[in-house]
Design a protein around this ligand. Sequence first.
Ligand code: ATP
Ligand code: MG
Length: 293
Amino acid sequence: MASPELNLINNSKLDSLAQPVQVIAVTGGKGGVGKTSVSVNLATALAASGKRVVLLDGDLGLANADVFLGLSPRYTLAHVISGERTLDEVLIPAPQGFLVVPAASGAADMANMSETQHLGLVQAFSTLAAQVDVMIVDTAAGIAHSVLQFSQASQHVIVVICDEPASLTDAYALVKVLSRNHGVNRFRVVTNQVRVPGTGAELFRRFELVAARFLDVVLEFAGEIPEDEYLRRSVREQRPVCEAYPACPAARAFKKLAARADTWPVPSGPRGNIEFFVERLVRRGATRVETVQ
Ligand SMILES: Nc1ncnc2c1ncn2[C@@H]1O[C@H](COP(=O)(O)OP(=O)(O)OP(=O)(O)O)[C@@H](O)[C@H]1O
Ligand SMILES: [Mg+2]
C-alpha cells in the first residue's frame, strides 16, 4: 500500500503537472524575416527571468534552432515520429538554461508529414516529464500545414514582419488562412529589422489597416526589434544575442518582448482545437469547478 508520504509526493506532482503551459508559436509567412532569431532570444530571455522554457524547432524540413544555439543533437523529432525515441529522449539542454526539441534538417518526409502524424506529434507533448512554464514553437516559412497546425495548437501566435512588400503580403496570406480555416483570430505582431527606432509601430499600423479591413482578426503590436549588426554577429557565433551581447539594442528589445509575453493571459480552458498540453487545460478547468462548489 502506498504510504501517506508517497501520496503527498504523487499529488504534488499531479498539481504541478496540472499547471497550464503558455505556448507561443512564432511565425511570419516569408522566409528570413527573423522567426528563429525571435524564438531563440525569447526562449533565452524567458529562461533568464526564471521560467522553465522549452523551445520546439517546428521547422521540420530545414531545422536550424540548434544551429543558432551551437548544439549538435543526436536525436531529433524524426526519431520520435519513427517511434525510435520518446520526446523526453530527444530533448537537449541549451547552455542558456532551457530545453530544445530539435528537428531534423533535410528530412523531406518530416516536412511532408501527414496531418494525422502531425496531430500525433502535438499530442505527444502531453507525455513530457519535464516541468514547463512556457513553450516557444519556431515555425517554418510559408503556409504549409505544419505551420498552420503548430500555430493553431498554440495559445499565442506571434507574426514576425519586416518592412518589405513580400513580408507584408506573405504575413497577410498566413493570417488570412489561419483565421478563415483554422479558427485563429488573434495575432501578436513583432516588427523586425527596424532601421529607424520607433518606426516599427508605423509598419504595424500599415499591416493592421489592411488586415483589419479585409479579415475578421484582432492584431496587437507586440514590439519592434531593431536591425542590429550584433544580432548578425551572434548568429555567426551560434549564440543568442541576448546572452552574447546583452546590452545591444536587439538584445534589449528581445528582453522587453519577453517581459511583455510574460503578461499575456494564460488560457482559462481548452478552445476545442487540437492543442499542445490540452489535458492540463482540461484538468485546470475541472479543478476550478471543484473549488467553486
Ligand atoms: N533584427 C535583425 N538585425 C540584423 N539582422 C537580422 C535581424 N533579424 C534577422 N537578421 C538576420 O536575418 C537572418 C535570418 O534570420 P532568421 O533565421 O531568424 O529568420 P527566419 O525567419 O527564421 O528564416 P527562415 O524562414 O529561413 O527560417 C539572420 O541570420 C540574421 O543574420
Ligand atoms: Mg527559421
